[in-house]
Design a binder for this molecule. Structure first.
Ligand code: GRF
Length: 205
């Protein structure tokens, strides 16, 4: 059982997928808090609907990004969070945050990293003309979308795809691999060696 804290800034469809996976037993864990930097994030509403504690933290009340992150970390610690899940969280974490939860922070990115990091990954993919894109779940390090890769799923880019249509197909896959990666973490099956993440086989006896 892993105790999960989710950080989200927007609509929260990945949060929803994770909540459903917890409810259906596909993740052995519990979401103990949803934190957002956006008071209007639909993710906060989704959390509340499922009786999960939610917390909006106003960036403007803090002097620096470090101070803001210290507050977020404090919230997560209070809930004894063991795994921090970034589900559409629009802030870059400070080194203090990353050190505190070293190898215990996961992010989902809507491209096959290391291609197209940063914002508007689907737009970047269409603009570049790739035939295949997809999504990546990775551990978070100090860089931008650069930490060790846990799971990836490829998605075909069609000739007539718009940014929106591609984003929609990628999103469906995000909703599959993010809960899977969290479950692997919960089962203690993710072994990080340098840049690589090895997935331990389960011992069937
Ligand atoms: C997703 O596309 C995810 O890959 C990116 O932000 C978006 C969040 O969507 N990091 P949602 O809020 O989970 O619906």
């Amino acid at each position: 059982m892993v105790n999960i804290g989710v950080l989200a800034s927007g609509r929260g469809t990945n949060l929803q997928a994770i909540i459903e996976a917890v409810e259906e037993g596909r993740i052995e864990g519990e979401i103990s808090i949803v934190v957002s930097d956006n008071p209007d994030a639909y993710a906060l509403k989704r959390g509340k609907q499922y009786n999960i504690d939610t917390q909006y933290i106003d960036f403007k009340e803090f002097k620096s990004r470090e101070d803001y992150d210290k507050k977020v970390v404090e919230c997560l610690k209070e809930k004894e969070v063991e795994l921090v899940v970034l589900a559409g969280y629009m802030r870059i974490l400070t080194p203090h945050f990353i050190k505190t939860y070293k190898n215990k922070i996961m992010n989902i990115h809507p491209a096959l990293l290391p291609s197209f990091p940063g914002l508007h990954a689907q737009r970047q993919a269409i603009g570049y003309g790739v035939k295949v894109s997809g999504c990546t779940v990775h551990f978070v390090d100090e860089g931008m979308d650069s930490g060790p890769i846990i799971l990836q799923q490829a998605v075909e880019v069609k000739d007539d795809d718009s940014e929106e249509s591609l984003a929609e197909r990628i999103l469906r896959e995000e909703h599959q691999i993010f809960p899977q990666a969290i479950q692997l973490f919960s089962q203690g099956r993710l072994i990080i060696k340098g840049r690589k993440v090895f997935i331990k086989e389960v011992n069937l006896r």
